[in-house]
Design a protein around this ligand. Structure first.
Ligand SMILES: Cc1cc2nc3c(=O)[nH]c(=O)nc-3n(C[C@H](O)[C@H](O)[C@H](O)COP(=O)(O)OP(=O)(O)OC[C@H]3O[C@@H](n4cnc5c(N)ncnc54)[C@H](O)[C@@H]3O)c2cc1C
Length: 544
């Protein structure tokens, strides 16, 4: 007889555990007798990682799928709106060196190759200016930057504005947005919601053993499947599917199944984080509506504005910096005098082992979250991987053991593809830098650049990234994201060899014009990020 999937046991109660529990319980009616039973076991002795404050716009669909009110989420998770990332000092490290990776697609994306037209304008302007008075290096005005010319969101962010107004309903927008959130508050919020509203069973206990099924048994389980996990106080907890959300310890997939870990530290060099929470000086200080990511000697600093504080952290390569040096750099950034004073902000040091498990789903066990892998916080790719993984498990939940291996195979192919693409996209941020410190120079070493990325870079010498370059329906970063990074970092795709590629100049002009109009409209309409958040706290947004 075939073994049906009736009980899912999730080990781990960080954001990966609760997001997965919520997705499964909401989709499979865990509130009802006939629904899927979702049990989440978490240790009171192993704290969740407690960092991870930047999200993707996918979080809006995740919250909706969990039937969470955006107002409640914003009120209880210290959340703010995020409209992309500002990369400062990544190109040459100078004071006015920055570019944006916004969340709105380039104007007319898919209708015309606006990137190509923008590049052609740049080339023309450069030729004209070198004939008249040569421009000094790095003098390109930000108003003519790629992201400003093709997208209205950079202007909104530079003014500290929100992506919508109080008159917009929950999850509606003027400009596409994600959130910044307090990771620990988000975990507690999800836990309460999953228990009270979605029917998830919560057990606080330590998992101390994993028990395998011996041979294929009469109920259709497979040899090597997990039968149960042993806990300290609650005995054995049996299930049909086990989800490993145990964070870096990867208790089920890594320790029990010994699934190999693919290290990525030969490509991505970040291996240490120093994280602090910084209070605002005044209660009404502006809240940046984008993540600020500032290049440093041996890595970069993230700066995330929540309602009540900022979350700031220096992620660096310990091969290129001592901890004392890193602390000094972080101290200077947050405006305290030195590393010793920084300690008053309770610095947390977190080691990062960049890489991922080669197989995410083994037998009847699938890993979601840090247990499956982590690269570095750049572009906030971890929570989105959790959301996408949890969504796929809930939508593709194998109804019986007989089909589980087929679903697992697809899940593994998708996860592997996504990891490889994320590695490429993160590496792209580093390889075009002209900074001279060894960290940045080593990042440009061709031996550290994956062949798949080198291939794309060769293609893009002659044209802008396009959807043709990303043909899977499981892409994480669209071609537009590659455009923002490439042209923000000063890359040139030379269209001069193909004069027919850009023959739709009328369409392009109208899209550039449209972007100007949208920019002006957004700037006149939108309140500041703080103002909107205060209003939401006071009045709430209307529910959809
Ligand atoms: C420096 C840094 C910055 C980051 N920034 C971002 C960001 O900006 N954006 C983003 O998307 N992501 C970011 N991340 C990643 C993000 O923090 C995580 O992906 C996310 O919090 C999910 O973590 P998790 O639930 O997988 O693991 P954890 O939070 O570590 O949770 C593990 C859980 O497993 C439980 N557990 C462990 N062992 C046992 C046991 N034996 N028995 C029972 N329970 C057990 C623990 O109690 C805990 O509940 C960042 C990560 C780091 C390190």
């Amino acid at each position: 007889m075939d073994k049906l999937t009736k009980i899912v046991v999730i080990v781990g109660g960080g954001n990966a555990g609760w997001l997965t529990a919520g997705r499964l319980a909401a989709k499979h009616n865990s509130n009802s007798e006939q629904g899927l039973k979702v049990i989440l076991v978490e240790s009171a002795n192993v704290p969740a990682i407690g960092v991870g404050e930047g999200t993707w716009p996918t979080m809006r669909s995740t919250l909706k799928a969990l039937n969470i009110s955006e107002t409640d989420f914003i009120r209880e998770c210290d959340a703010s709106f995020k409209q992309g990332a500002k990369f400062a000092k990544w190109h040459d490290g100078s004071e006015d060196d920055y570019y944006y990776h916004p969340l709105v697609l380039p104007q007319g994306f898919g209708k015309t190759d606006l990137a190509g037209h923008w590049l052609a304008q740049q080339a023309l302007a450069k030729n004209q200016s070198s004939e008249q008075s040569p421009l000094p290096a790095n003098s390109q005005a930000h108003s003519h930057s790629f992201s400003n010319q093709v997208c209205f969101q950079e202007a909104i962010c530079e003014q500290g504005l929100a992506p919508k107004t109080i008159r917009h309903a929950e999850f509606a927008d003027v400009a596409n947005y994600a959130y910044h959130l307090d990771s620990a508050k988000f975990t507690r919020f999800l836990q309460k919601h999953c228990q009270e509203n979605l029917g998830v069973t919560h057990i606080i206990d330590d998992v101390i053993g994993v028990n395998s099924i011996g041979d294929t048994n009469s109920e259709g389980a497979r040899a090597g499947d997990i039968a149960s996990v042993t806990t300290k106080a609650h005995g054995d907890i049996t299930g049909d599917l086990f989800v490993d959300c145990t964070g870096f310890s990867s208790l089920l997939l890594g320790e029990h199944y010994q699934v190999p870990f693919k290290k990525c530290d030969d490509v991505l060099f970040i291996d240490t984080a120093l994280a602090v929470q910084v209070p605002y000086e005044n209660d009404d200080d502006a809240i940046a509506s984008h993540t600020i990511s500032t290049g440093q000697k041996a890595g970069w600093i993230w700066d995330i504005g929540l309602q009540s504080r900022r979350g700031v952290g220096y992620v660096y390569s310990s091969k290129h910096s001592t901890e004392a040096e890193a602390k000094q750099i972080l101290a200077e950034y947050v405006g305290v005098k030195n590393g010793a004073q920084l300690d008053s902000l309770k610095v947390r040091k977190i080691p990062i082992n960049s890489g991922y498990r080669e197989t995410a789903w083994q037998n009847n066990c699938v890993a979601i979250g840090l247990s499956a892998g982590f690269l570095e916080p750049l572009e906030a790719s971890a929570l989105v991987m959790i959301e996408l993984g949890a969504q796929m498990i809930s939508e593709q939940l194998p109804q019986s053991r007989a089909v589980m291996d087929i679903v697992a195979k697809r899940f593994n192919e998708t996860a592997l593809y996504r990891w490889q693409k994320i590695v490429d996209f993160l590496k792209l941020h580093y390889i075009l830098s002209e900074r001279e410190e060894p960290f940045w120079a080593d990042n440009r070493d061709p031996s550290s650049i994956p062949e798949s990325l080198q291939e794309l870079m060769t293609l893009w010498q002659y044209r802008a990234p396009a959807d043709y370059d990303f043909t899977s329906n499981n892409e994480v970063f669209p071609a537009a994201s590659y455009q923002y990074v490439l042209y923000g970092m000063g890359f040139n795709s030379d269209y001069s060899h193909n004069p027919f590629a850009l023959d739709d100049t009328d369409m392009a002009s109208s899209q550039f014009e449209q972007n100007k109009k949208l920019t002006a409209k957004a700037l006149s309409l939108l309140p500041s990020n703080r103002e909107l958040l205060s209003k939401i706290k006071e009045f709430g947004l209307s529910r959809i």
